[in-house]
Design a protein around this ligand. Structure first.
Ligand code: GCO
Ligand code: CA
Length: 253
């Protein structure tokens, strides 16, 4: 079995109806995993599942709101009984809101923290309760270059992604002895739905290209290799690592 094969593995990717989550689900299914697509919009997930099935991939849908702890527990229990044991969890669900701290709406703070951080606690708790007795598993949290760097107008998002980095280290500390590897991926600037406004902003878009050694924005399929690596036996001795996929942005001034 190749060090990078996911054959026979079940992988849950939260927030995988679109954007980075869908790209990761497609990539893991190409590496052989049975992917479970998650989000709140069942119809959108069904369309994504049909597209994967059309390409001969194994895919299922588990629609539940990752910010609702009871729905998460029920959703994870249903996956494990109806589909099988979750081997790989990618905590990808996330959102972005931009405004200066002086005028950032309080409900916006709560929405970002609920979606980007509380969800990681709820889903990871429900999944690891079942992974620990099996003594195997892979947790991959989607952090960000903002896990390490600050940028004006996105303080709630940045706080959530810094916390995701530290949760990853805590999970590595606690779960390593059960042969569960917890790691994170830190995307740089990718052309996804949450960044549409940034891409449309000529000045910002060219700033990203000049600030990034690769000299360009990333394409979501360029995150797949890191996700397969951290989901596969190839990373069985990698714990608590935040793997930046950012064209070099965080490596340079
Ligand atoms: C922004 C962007 C960033 C990146 C994301 C990459 O407003 O600066 O949304 O937050 O897209 O963090 O990981
Ligand atoms: Ca660091």
């Amino acid at each position: 079995m190749s060090l990078f094969s996911l054959e026979g593995k079940i992988a849950l990717v939260t927030g995988s109806g679109q954007g980075i989550g869908l790209a990761l689900a497609e990539g893991l299914s190409e590496a052989g995993a049975h992917v479970v697509l998650n989000g709140r919009d069942k119809a959108k997930l069904e369309r994504a599942r049909e597209a994967l099935a059309g390409a001969g991939r194994k895919a299922s849908v588990a629609a539940f709101d990752v910010t609702d702890q009871k729905a998460v527990e029920a959703g994870i229990a249903a996956i494990e009984t109806e589909i099988g044991p979750i081997d790989i969890l990618i905590n990808n669900a996330g959102m972005q809101k931009r405004a200066p701290i002086t005028e950032f709406p309080v409900e916006g703070w709560h929405e970002v923290i609920n979606t980007n951080l509380h969800s990681v606690f709820y889903v990871t708790q429900a999944v690891t309760k079942r992974m620990v007795p099996r003594k195997r598993g892979k947790i991959i949290n989607i952090g960000s270059v903002m896990s390490e760097l600050g940028r004006a107008t996105i303080i709630p998002y940045t706080a959530s992604k810094g916390a995701v980095k530290m949760m990853t280290r805590g999970l590595a500390a606690e779960l390593g002895k059960y042969n569960i590897q917890a790691n994170a991926i830190g995307p740089g600037y990718f052309a996804t739905e949450i960044n549409a406004a940034l891409i449309a902003d000529e000045a910002f878009s060219s700033w990203v290209s000049s600030r990034t050694p690769a000299g360009r924005w990333g394409e979501t399929k360029e995150l797949v290799g890191a996700a397969i690596f951290l989901s596969a036996p190839a990373s069985d001795y990698v714990n608590g690592h935040l793997l930046m996929v950012d064209g070099g942005l965080t490596a340079v001034v």
